[in-house]
Write a protein that binds this ligand. Structure first.
Ligand SMILES: *[C@@H]1O[C@H](CO)[C@@H](O)[C@H](O)[C@H]1NC(C)=O
Ligand SMILES: *[C@@H]1O[C@H](CO)[C@@H](O)[C@H](O)[C@H]1NC(C)=O
Ligand SMILES: *[C@@H]1O[C@H](CO)[C@@H](O)[C@H](O)[C@H]1NC(C)=O
Ligand SMILES: *[C@@H]1O[C@H](CO)[C@@H](O)[C@H](O)[C@H]1NC(C)=O
Length: 321
């Protein structure tokens, strides 16, 4: 019974030094030396999501872990939307290439002649070359940017659901065990009250029957104490299991987020590289046009044209009588 009272005292002291939020036990700051962060200086997920918080709509609660999961799902959505954006960019390139290619086929001014005619023909051909450059850009965008963004982590939602269920199950177990502790605590208090009552009765009137009752009450009380101990032990185990899984899982989520950001950064860099390349190739389609334009020579064109289309070089002379 001394053990029992000690246990009760211990228990109630601990209860005073701790607070429960949704069945998770936290130290009251006044009674705890300051806790060290698990990963000081890193702003690690595993240090900042232990408490449940009010839902943004004000109804209900979400766990810290759910906040982390929402971040992951939003990240997945952003990755998907970036792929969609790149798809639109690809469409513009494809359409532009189609327009250029169509224009290069149009026979306008096809009969220009000489060096100017050659330069003009090259300019029209350059549109087809440019179209080729844009098509290549769009196809590389597709295979080297859009597709990787689209296919990165195809089963992600399923993986997140698995984490979600795993942690939620541990929390459910914790709630159950907390209820068991409360029940055992109440049972012990009742037994204790019964024992006190019998003891008072014995003080008023000595009786074998009451002495027997006291022995029985003491036994029951001890048993209730053992029960409470066992329930607390189970609760502690449950909380400590939840704690461990929270740490390992949130570290895993943290790793996944680092990996996602790195992956996206890499592919956006690939976008800028391809875009620069396109400028360079695009530029190079203009080089032959520029060369031919430098060779345009009105005098030479006149010569060529005259050679082929001249109608006679004998000049008229005055009438001779
Ligand atoms: C391509 O040409 C069509 C009309 O022929 C035009 O509506 C469209 O804006 C052009 N697209 C691009 C990307 O130049
Ligand atoms: C429960 O955990 C606390 C803190 O770790 C510990 O002091 C106590 O002995 C545990 N109780 C039982 C019954 O395991
Ligand atoms: C390619 O060059 C042409 C002019 O030579 C320019 O109008 C076009 O915007 C360029 N396209 C790209 C993708 O650089
Ligand atoms: C000029 O000469 C070329 C080559 O012989 C010919 O194709 C063209 O029809 C001629 N132009 C005229 C106006 O006769």
């Amino acid at each position: 019974s001394i053990l029992l009272i000690t246990l009760l005292n211990d228990e109630s002291k601990k209860r005073l030094r701790t607070s429960k939020i949704n069945c998770v036990t936290f130290p009251l700051p006044a009674f705890m030396p300051e806790q060290q962060l698990l990963k000081p200086g890193e702003w690690s997920y595993c240090d900042y999501f232990w408490t449940d918080k009010k839902d943004s709509q004000g109804n209900g609660c979400i766990t810290g872990f759910e906040v982390l999961l929402q971040k992951q799902l939003r990240g997945k959505q952003m990755q998907k939307e970036m792929a969609e954006f790149i798809r639109e960019r690809i469409k513009i390139e494809e359409e532009y290439a189609k327009n250029l290619s169509k224009l290069s086929q149009i026979p306008l001014a096809g009969q220009e002649e000489g060096t100017l005619g050659e330069a003009w023909a090259q300019l029209k051909k350059s549109l087809a070359d440019e179209a080729e450059v844009h098509l290549k850009f769009s196809s590389k965008l597709q295979s080297e940017v859009e597709k990787p963004l689209l296919t990165f982590r195809e089963n992600f939602k399923k993986d997140m659901k698995r984490f979600d269920h795993h942690i939620a199950d541990l929390r459910k177990q914790l709630v159950g065990r907390y209820a068991a502790v409360e029940k055992a605590r109440k049972a012990l208090a009742d037994r204790q009250k019964e024992l006190d009552l019998k003891t008072q009765q014995l003080e008023i009137k000595l009786s074998n029957k009451i002495e027997e009752d006291i022995k029985k009450a003491r036994r029951k009380s001890t048993q209730a104490g053992d029960d409470l101990m066992r329930c607390v032990d189970l609760y502690n185990q449950s909380q400590s299991k939840w704690f461990e899984e929270m740490v390992t899982t949130s570290l895993e989520l943290e790793r996944l987020e680092v990996e996602r950001v790195e992956m996206i950064r890499q592919h956006l860099c690939q976008y800028t590289t391809l875009r620069h390349e396109t400028d360079m190739f695009n530029q190079s389609t203009m080089e032959p046009v520029d060369q031919l334009l430098q060779c345009v020579d009105p005098a030479r064109d006149r010569e060529l044209w005259v050679r082929e289309n001249k109608t006679g070089e004998i000049r008229p002379v005055d009438i001779e009588i």
